[in-house]
Design a binder for this molecule. Sequence first.
Ligand SMILES: Nc1nc2c(ncn2[C@@H]2O[C@H](COP(=O)(O)OP(=O)(O)O)[C@@H](O)[C@H]2O)c(=O)[nH]1
Ligand SMILES: [Mg+2]
Length: 329
Amino acid sequence: MVSINQLSVETLFEAVRTGDRAMIGRAITLVESRNAKHQEKAQELLHKLLPFAGKAQRVGISGVPGVGKSTFIENLGCWLTGEGHKVAVLAVDPSSSRTGGSILGDKTRMDLLSADENAFIRPSPSAGVLGGVARATRETMVILEAAGYDTVLVETVGTGQSETMVADMVDFFLVLMLPGAGDELQGIKKGILELADMVAVNKADIFEQKLKQAMREYKSALHIMTDASPTWHPPVVACAGLTGTGVPELWARVEKHRKLMDASGERQQRREQQRLYWLKSQIQDRLLDSFYASEDVAGNWESIEAAVKDGKTTVSTATEKLLALYSSK
Ligand SMILES: Nc1nc2c(ncn2[C@@H]2O[C@H](COP(=O)(O)OP(=O)(O)O)[C@@H](O)[C@H]2O)c(=O)[nH]1
Ligand SMILES: [Mg+2]
């Protein structure tokens, strides 16, 4: 196979546009790379692809480990390709490395979808700072959209920061829940419910009794929250990813959301806000990197740190000193 360094941006561009899967994979590798040369090339490629991107329905799928996200995506994905869609599945797991990541392990749950020529599955970019994973994932979406994938499903590990991160890069954020978790609703689940455009109570096939009660509880929890959109109140639905029960009905709601958001202009607005958010976030990351990488800062760090620890100087004075050292370069 030709090395990535030998592939021209033009070649990659043409291949991505024709939907060449092997080359799409390599373009993604380029985007994920932290090598400066690769990054430069990746940015050039992305600029060429940008006019052809942005048209997919981007859906984040979240929920605690074991709730059934991968199984659900396998079922939904196969159903969607059956309906004529081209489906890309991305995973976001900042804790994972390519070999040991929990989501990659789940790839076995997507056997059918993996073999589907109208689907493209990509595991999480390997561990690194959260911001790096976010950047790679967003730029990968551009590649996949320009390659003709009209639906992008993003699975999250279902823990804290990665959920907010994914919610900030999709058009629709779906939260899978299990029945019987009602008691815990007050605590951990509240934060994620605030991000939800829809809650799906999953594994409906084995939770007949508790299902109705759980749906009621999630409904009332959502009821007392302020809706993020004036046009949409997050519904609570039931489904079973394993059997496919409720999956087409669930997707009909996602489509309805898209129509409403398109009509009201909120879809466009949400994307604009997301881009600005990522711009600011990336600037913060870059500034921090550059701050800690500065020789003047690094050279004085230990002594200033020690003075702060021992209470010999104030945090404010230390901050001023370090920032002065940084900006004097
Ligand atoms: N009964 C039932 N089991 C399910 C369903 N969806 C997933 N499971 C099972 O739940 C376990 C975790 O599923 P998985 O998709 O890996 O969850 P994830 O960690 O959220 O991605 C597996 O053993 C699945 O077979 C469902 O709809 N019904
Ligand atoms: Mg999974």
